[in-house]
Design a binder for this molecule. Structure first.
Ligand code: TRP
Ligand code: ZN
Length: 868
């Protein structure tokens, strides 16, 4: 490495030396040499005649101050220092950039035939020299010039002002965004598209043009995105009272994109995965993903754009809050319980794992080397849980009052997490002093509960102990304010009213100390407790439940989430026991009680099918791995597989009956239809392990009239290694080889293929005509699936899985460090494995560390992981 990358610290924040009120940009677009002219109105804020601008990968062509060539400047490693400046001036900067060679997909680049930009977090500095920080807000005017035939659509933020033609077959369009914004929200797109148009009239009667731009020929795949956009606009008005604020809202779908989507003001740019869908190409999961991401980016218009972040350490201010909002949107439109279950799986699985890894950080990080590394499950998903806890503590009405005050105080400015919490506190009167620790403390708290019933005094005592283990980034931990939602049941399933100190109390207890006892009075019999209902805090719960209590809660708890959770806890007990049994050389055993409980779930006709599908889903290998300090990869895989086989064998009749009953002739994407398909396909995933498995998967694949059922059949065949797998994979590839997005599902199946020769096949698959390491989606689906969801092959004792990962990472390090940096995560957790595997993984990390062109993204992660 040329120079050791330097960390930035949250505590070092200082205000910018200058403000920029206005910037006028002109792009003269050419594939390998685009000229960018930036004319900014700059004003000194501090007593400084020197201005230091950020800039990377730029060729400076001209620099003028108030129209005069300026020579008082120095080009820095990653910027430009300009000296002897007046207090107020017009700054003109001309730079050259090379979009065609930009494989990092940050700044201005080409995706397929189109030009597009990605500026968050620090990509604008790859377009021009600028104060590329979120607390510098300017009004943007953008003129885009390009060849008219190749690029008929020229787009940027805000409203279209004028357009015209120039010689040489080129044309131009000028855009103006009336809302001051930080550079990371800037966007430009130039290309040829099909456009889906619609209109929306806001609450107050403003007319908004809605436009979705997709690659030519994909118009029949844009409808669901449009419906989701309209639903988002309506929902934000109804639930949050927030209205859209421009005359046009544009979404462009591109194939080359590092993340899901980007909320650029008035011009969202989306990974095509989160726009394109029809029943032949997309699964139900894809449809729901589109709804969530369209919602997420739309909701950013207020939480992110109207109020933005003061600095990048505050990222969760916009992301945690916007994830909370998109989760609520999906829950209001669909099943609240199923959405909650999905979100909780992410926290308990990958987020807890991140918090236990060398990358552990608070939702508001204190130290960052590469900002792109902090778009994490912790900032987004745990960040959302923190907002949800505030919502739980304040209630919907109090929370909405807080939102209102937050906008009153901070609209049009760059704010901090502290500003948000203060607004919530001031509007509601709820004390959030101790609660603020959730923003600064990393790691996952463990909440251990014990109970004691006193039959004579008729009291029931719950003793709650909380502790957080030291994390890689932070050794000392304090007690947090944990909203702890509980309910007590009588043996015949009645809810007991809660009373403490002679007064009724609410379900949500305020746990604030390391150890605390809550004594409930007038408790007529030994109750069955339902604890951490709705997962009211992102913690690990420990309570010594008996099987009978869990079976009871599975059918009697008043809320669906608690029922599901009881089922998960029951399975977890037996998974742990059986991992130990295998390690002792014994076989896998599953108690009748468990089998009967799941039979009961399957036979119940009062439950929502989508919910039953969740009840029947085992925790993933990754989630189970998270329960252990040192994980036995093979034992966990064997137990999970044995559970599937046992449940399939014991419940075959019930699974078959459900599978046959839930057949639907018509394909619709209503939540009811999605739920039925989910349950039917879960049944198939079990039945795959029975005698009839191959016949069923074969039949379903051949008869499917939609992608959900096609992929479910292939996935069942893939997981269970059924004979029909090969023919299905060949047929699918033959049918879809020209469509990368549709092929991604096939790449994922290859990536997580449990067969012994999977890696060999994956290496060959990299030569498939639809595959390219340059495309992040392809890479994530094939290589990412192998690293994250193929535990037995990836962790093969031969070390070939790790060596393969190392090779890929070294290649991606130069072409696309952001993608490399996301892919590396499973390797960072090497300390969780046995000595032999640890040694093999460490070798790959050290090989990376010694590279002389190691990107900051990988440098940050690799060096943390190797630290003792
Ligand atoms: N703000 C985007 C979102 O959450 C995230 C994002 C999109 C992003 N593209 C990115 C972050 C590239 C870093 C780099 O919706
Ligand atoms: Zn976001």
């Amino acid at each position: 490495m040329a120079q050791t990358p330097q960390a930035k610290y949250r505590k070092d924040y200082t205000q910018p030396s200058h403000t920029i009120s206005q910037i006028e940009l002109t792009f003269d677009l050419f594939d390998n040499e685009t000229t960018v002219t930036a004319v900014s109105q700059v004003k000194q804020m501090k007593d400084s005649t020197t201005l230091v601008l950020d800039g990377e990968e730029l060729k400076l062509q001209a620099l003028k101050v108030n129209g005069v060539d300026w020579t008082e400047f120095t080009q820095l490693d990653a910027g430009l220092e300009i000296r002897q400046l007046p207090a107020e001036f017009e700054l003109t900067i001309v730079t050259l950039v090379n979009p065609e060679e930009n494989t990092a997909l940050e700044g201005l680049y080409k995706s397929g035939g189109a030009f597009c930009t990605q500026c968050e977090a620090e990509g604008f500095r790859r377009i021009t020299y600028y104060l590329d920080r979120p607390d510098v807000l300017a009004k943007y005017t953008t003129t885009v010039i390009a060849d008219k035939a190749q690029y008929p659509y020229l787009l940027s933020n805000g409203n279209k002002l004028e357009q015209g033609e120039v010689e040489g077959g080129r044309h131009w369009v000028k855009w103006e965004d009336p809302h001051p914004k930080p550079a990371y929200l800037f966007a430009l797109v130039a290309g040829d598209f099909d456009v889906l148009r619609d209109k929306y009239v806001t609450q107050s009667g403003r007319n908004v043009d809605l436009e979705i731009f997709v690659d030519k020929g994909n118009l029949d795949r844009a409808n669901h995105a449009m419906v989701s956009l309209i639903n988002s606009m309506k929902w934000d008005e109804e639930r949050f009272g927030l209205e859209y604020d421009l005359d046009i809202y544009m979404i462009v779908a591109v194939d080359f994109f590092n993340m899901g989507a980007m909320e650029n003001k008035g011009l969202n740019i989306f990974n095509s995965k989160f726009v394109l869908a029809n029943d032949q190409t997309a699964t139900d999961t894809d449809y729901l993903g589109i709804e969530a991401v369209i919602g997420h980016e739309y909701f950013h218009n207020w939480t992110g754009n109207r109020v933005t972040c003061r600095d990048w350490f505050q990222l969760s201010l916009k992301e945690g809050l916007t994830v909370f909002r998109d989760q609520e949107f999906s829950s209001d439109l669909g099943s609240r319980a199923v959405n909650r279950i999905g979100n909780v799986r992410i926290i308990r699985g990958p987020q807890f794992a991140e918090d236990a890894s060398p990358m552990s950080h608070p939702i508001r990080p204190d130290k960052v080397i590469e900002m792109n590394n902090f778009y994490t499950l912790t900032v987004y998903e745990k960040g959302s849980e923190v907002i949800r806890m505030i919502h739980t503590l304040l209630g919907e009405a109090g929370f909405q009052k807080g939102m209102k005050l937050y906008f009153e105080r901070h609209d049009g400015t760059a704010a901090t997490c502290e500003d948000f919490v203060s607004a919530m506190e001031d509007a509601s009167g709820v004390d959030l002093k101790q609660f603020r620790l959730w923003y600064s403390q990393s790691g996952t708290p463990t909440v251990s509960v014990s109970s004691k019933y006193d039959a004579v005094a008729k009291t029931y005592a719950l003793t709650v102990c909380q502790s957080t283990e030291p994390t890689h980034d932070q050794k000392e931990k304090q007690a947090l304010h944990i909203p702890f939602d509980v309910e007590l049941y009588t043996k015949d399933g009645k809810v007991m009213p809660l009373q403490c100190n002679g007064k009724p109390v609410a379900n949500v207890l305020n746990v604030t100390q390391a150890e605390q006892t809550f004594v409930f009075e007038n408790v007529a019999e030994q109750p069955i407790p339902s604890l951490l209902r709705e997962f009211s805090a992102p913690v690990k719960l420990e309570y010594d439940y008996s099987d009978d209590e869990l079976v009871f809660l599975m059918s009697h708890a008043t809320n669906e989430f608690a029922r599901w959770d009881a089922g998960q806890i029951l399975m977890a007990k037996y998974i742990r026991d059986n991992v130990t049994r295998l390690q002792q050389g014994k076989g896998v055993e599953l108690n009748e009680v468990v089998i009967d409980a799941f039979r009961g779930v399957l036979l119940s006709d009062s439950l929502d099918p989508a919910f039953v599908a969740e009840m029947l889903s085992l925790p993933s290998h990754n989630e189970v791995s998270g329960w252990y300090k040192c994980v036995d990869v093979d034992a966990v895989a064997n137990v999970l597989k044995a559970f599937k086989v046992i449940l399939a064998t014991e419940l075959e009749d019930e699974l078959s009956a459900t599978y046959q009953t839930l057949r639907q002739n018509e394909y619709t994407i209503s939540h009811d239809a999605i739920g039925k398909r989910a349950l039917r396909n879960i049944c198939l995933s079990y039945l795959a392990y029975t005698e009839q498995g191959n016949a069923l998967a074969e039949k379903q694949y051949n008869e499917a009239n939609n992608m959900t059922d096609t992929i479910a059949a292939m996935s069942a065949a893939n997981s269970a290694g059924l004979p029909c797998r090969e023919a299905q994979m060949a047929d699918y590839s033959n049918k879809w080889k020209h469509d990368g997005l549709v092929m991604d599902k096939w790449f994922t199946l290859q990536g997580c293929n449990p067969a012994g020769n999977a890696l060999e096949v994956i290496k060959k698959t990299m030569n498939h005509e639809a595959f390219s390491l340059k495309n992040p989606n392809r890479t994530r689906n094939l290589i990412g699936a192998f690293l994250n969801s193929n535990p037995v092959n990836f962790h093969a004792k031969s070390g070939e899985g790790y060596r393969f990962a190392g090779e890929i990472l070294r290649e991606l390090n130069s072409s696309n460090p952001q993608v490399a940096s996301r892919l590396i995560d499973p390797l960072l957790k090497f300390r969780k494995y046995d000595e032999e595997r640890q040694g093999l993984i460490r070798k790959e990390l050290e090989a990376l560390k010694s590279m002389d062109n190691l990107a900051r993204d990988l440098f940050e992660k690799v060096s943390k992981a190797l630290e003792e």
